[in-house]
Structures are given as C-alpha cells and as structure tokens.
Design a protein around this ligand. Structure first.
Ligand code: UD1
Ligand code: CA
Length: 461
C-alpha cells in the first residue's frame, strides 16, 4: 500500500512586489495561473480531495479560478507566517494520515517527478520529514540548512537570523517539505514566534523534530530554479520563458516539428500529434488539441480548438473555440471566431470570417466573406464577397445553405434565409426570400447597355 499524501499549497501572501490588484498566484505563466500549475502537479500523485489551498488575499477570486473540481480551501485571514498557514488548517488536515506535503502557490516550475522523488525518498527512510534543498551560488534570501553529525538536518536558519558563518552556507531550503503527518501534528504546537519577523516559521519544524529525537532529511535538487518562487514581474517573465521552453521541448521530443521554436508560444495543456509542423511565431493556446500531420502557419493563433489530422492552418489565421475535421484548410488570413464546426476537407480561404457556423464536408468559402450563424451544406460553394446578414440590429438570425448549392460572388443573404440544395444564387444578388432547391435566384438590377455611348462622348469633347 502506498502512503497517502496530503498536499497543502500556501497561497495566502499578498505578493506586494507584483504591484498588482490581482492575487499573485493568479498571474499567468506558460498559459495557466501559477497556482493551477501547482495544483496540476499535485494531482499527478494525490486525489484533489487531498489538496488544500491556503488562501488569504482575494481568496474568492482564487477559489473561482481553480479549474480542478474537488480541491479544498483553507482561509488564513491574517498571515502570521508559513507555519501558521499550515496550523490554521489543523482541524481538517490533522485527521488525514500519511504524509503532509507543503508547497507554495507561486512555484509553478516544480515537476511531478521531483515531488514523486521527494515522496519516495521520505518513504525509503525513517525520517520524520524530508525537505528539498539546493546548493546555490547566491542563496541570499533563502533559509540555510544546518546538518548534524550524522548528515541529517538539524536546523534551518532564516536569512535574517543567520550568523555570518551560517550565511556562508550555500545549501538553501527550497521551502518544499514532505512530513510524516502524525509527527508533524504531534509537534507543530511547539512553533514559537521568537524571530525578527514575529512569525510562525514552518522551517522551525526541522529543529523541533530533530530535538525530539527524530531525523529530518534533505533531498538535493540539481537546479534551484525548479523551486523558483515568483515575487515580481521580472521573475514572472523568466518563469514563463522556462515553462514554455519545457513545453516546446516535450512536444518536439514527441514528434512535432517546430520551426524557430524561440518564437513559438504553446500553452501547457495543448496536445499535438506526430509529424505536425508548427511555423514561426505561431501561438497555440488554452485547451487546444491538434492531430497528426497538420501544419500551423506562421503567426497563426489557435486557441481552445480541436483540429483532426491533416488540417492546414495558413499563416496569420485565427482559430478560436472551433472544431476542424480531417483535411480542413483554413487561411491564410482567415478568422474562425467561435463555435464553428468545419467538416472534413472544407476550405476557408483568405479574409473569410466564420462565427457559429457549421460547414459540411467539402464546402468551400475561399475568399472574402462573413459567414455567421449558419449551416452550410456539404460541397456547396460560397463565392468571394458573400455576406450573411445575420443581425437586424436587435437579434441574430440563421442562414441555411443546402448541399451542393452555389452562392455567386458578392451576394448578400439577409437572414433568416434559406438556399435549397443544388440551388444557384447569381453574383451580386441581395437575397431576401427562400431559394427553392435546384432554382436560380438573381436579385440585382438588370444590366443596361448603350451601344457606342462612350465613343460619342469622346467625340463631343
Ligand atoms: C520561505 C522559507 C525559507 C525558504 C524559502 C524558499 C520560512 C520561514 N522560510 O521563505 O527558508 O528558503 O521559503 O522560497 O518558511 N504564506 C502564506 N501565509 C503566511 C506566510 C506565507 O500563505 O502567513 C505563503 C506565501 O504566500 C508564499 C509562501 O507562503 O507563497 C512562502 O512565504 P514567504 O514569506 O515568501 O517565505 P520566504 O521568505 O520566501
Ligand atoms: Ca518567497
């Protein structure tokens, strides 16, 4: 039986240095809020019901922003230190057996593997707790780790309280712990505020457990940046860059070609299939899923959309909240605004805008059109310059185009309107009445031809 793990994520701090009206942990890096990264990492080894977020400032906003159902919340209205932040949850937390892991909501770079290794290290020994440490070139601001004669952790000294000799120690406390829950709760009452900040320091648990005759272990990580907490916008940008590099690497190793990766933005939850090619400056955002053998053109932006295999998105095309089936081609310079479903092999060409539109298989709208609130039948052709007038100033109305219909260039279809299967609309028409199947509708002024008119005009001069 694996020992269950309770995760407490500290996120009550104000984050003054962000200079923001928003809670620090709600700022985004790598396409997700900082705290959501930490929650997503925790769910890889424990159920959401065992994940507790400690909230203080703007706690309502943070609660609303968490996308994982089942995650628990603890209020810490007054921030009296990292130890206090865990203590306030005692009623609910102390009832949970196994391990108690403490994480920070502003540390989105921590990888699941590292935390799983922390749990495994704790499980392999007899320690009362294990903490993450790293040897840093410049550990300024971090707690320093003091070892006992046996190599275990005797104490963590905070920067402010450290002697000059202690400040010279390069091994820094990353602030990430995995305690035995029973021993933690047995001893947490011994925390005191005898320190320059008059706070309950969670770090004091190391010395408390050590004094009680238990051992505390340190697990070193190679790169302290993994535990980097975000305090200001410079660090936010740095972490964003690191998260994105990590995502691109993962995607490329999984068989996706990314041209000029340093220019490409791919959010954390995006999935992309093998042999897809991503051109420079593309952005693939939100919960987008892209199939195999697709091409995403230069500077295209695809968000919260689903693309099947063999889809081609041309350069400078925007696809939002839409579903594109196999072999669809869209762009360059197309805009699929939202709630579109484009079926297999359909084409959406340059300067075509789609909104709440269903295009049947093989339908084509190759140039310059606005197609909103519509059903477009299979294999129909929508000519250049076609406008579906879906809005009458008050309400939106539907346009329906039957299978195999042909809408001539520069036509205006005033919704609600229907063009039947196999029907034709003559170029330049304004269509306001039903066009029956297989009919031709022409709604435009008759052409007048005056023979010789131009020649006579020239001769008059
Ligand atoms: C802490 C550690 C330090 C470690 C460092 C690593 C302590 C006393 N020190 O210092 O040894 O090197 O992390 O980053 O623990 N928080 C609350 N409620 C509170 C206080 C803090 O939720 O009452 C949250 C903050 O929002 C923050 C996290 O806990 O996300 C860490 O608190 P912070 O005050 O930044 O601790 P550090 O000074 O960084
Ligand atoms: Ca900090």
């Amino acid at each position: 039986m694996k020992t269950p793990v309770t995760v407490v994520i500290l996120a009550a701090g104000l984050g003054t240095r962000m200079k923001s009206r928003k809670a620090k942990v709600l700022h985004r890096a790598g396409g997700k809020s900082l705290v959501q990264h930490v929650v997503d990492t925790a769910v890889t080894f424990t159920p959401p019901e065992r994940i507790f977020l400690v909230l203080g400032h703007q706690s309502e906003d943070v609660r609303r922003a968490i996308a994982t159902p089942g995650v628990q919340f603890i209020e810490q209205p007054e921030q009296k230190g990292t130890g206090h932040a865990v203590m306030v949850g005692r009623d609910r937390l102390a009832a949970l057996d196994g391990y108690l892991m403490v994480l920070y909501g502003d540390c989105p770079l921590l990888r699941p593997e590292t935390l799983q290794r922390l749990i495994a290290t704790q499980a392999a020994g007899r320690a009362a707790g294990t903490l993450l440490t790293a040897d840093m070139d410049d550990p300024t601001g971090y707690g320093r780790v003091l070892h006992d004669a046996r190599g275990g952790v005797a104490e963590i000294v905070e920067q402010k309280a450290a002697t000059p000799e202690q400040l010279a120690i390069r091994e820094a406390n990353m602030g990430i712990y995995c305690f035995r829950a029973d021993l933690f709760w047995q001893h947490v009452g011994e925390l005191r505020t005898h320190n320059p900040a008059h706070e309950y320091y969670l770090t004091d648990m190391a010395a408390i457990l050590h004094r009680a005759g238990h051992s505390v272990e340190a697990m070193r990580i190679d790169d302290a940046r993994e535990a980097l907490g975000i305090n200001d916008r410079l660090q936010l940008a740095e972490v964003d860059r690191l998260l994105r590099e990590r995502k691109l690497r993962e995607i490329m190793l999984a068989g996706v070609t990314i041209e000029k990766p340093e220019t490409v933005t791919i959010d954390a939850d995006v999935e992309i299939g093998m042999d897809t090619v991503i051109e420079p400056f593309a952005q693939i955002l939100g919960r987008t899923r892209i199939g195999e053998n697709c091409r995403i053109g230069a500077a295209a932006i695809v968000s919260n959309s689903e693309l099947a295999d063999d889809v081609e998105i041309g350069p400078f095309t925007i696809v939002n909240a839409s579903r594109l089936e196999r072999g669809v081609q869209a762009g360059p310079f197309a805009r699929l605004r939202m709630d579109n479903h484009v079926e297999a092999g359909a084409h959406v060409g340059n300067f075509v805008e789609l909104k709440k539109t269903h295009m049947g298989p093989g339908a084509k709208a190759n140039h310059l059109a606005y197609l909103g609130d519509s059903q477009i039948g299979a294999r129909s052709n929508i000519g250049a310059g076609t406008i579906f007038c879906n809005y009458d100033g008050v309400r939106k109305h539907q346009t329906t185009i039957g299978e195999g219909a042909f809408v001539g260039s520069n036509s205006t279809l005033v919704a609600p309107i229907e063009v039947g299967e196999g029907a034709y609309v003559g170029a330049g028409s304004v269509i306001t009445n039903l066009v029956p199947p297989d009919a031709l509708a022409v709604g435009r002024a008759h052409q007048v031809v005056k023979e010789g008119w131009a020649k006579k005009r020239r001769e008059r001069k």
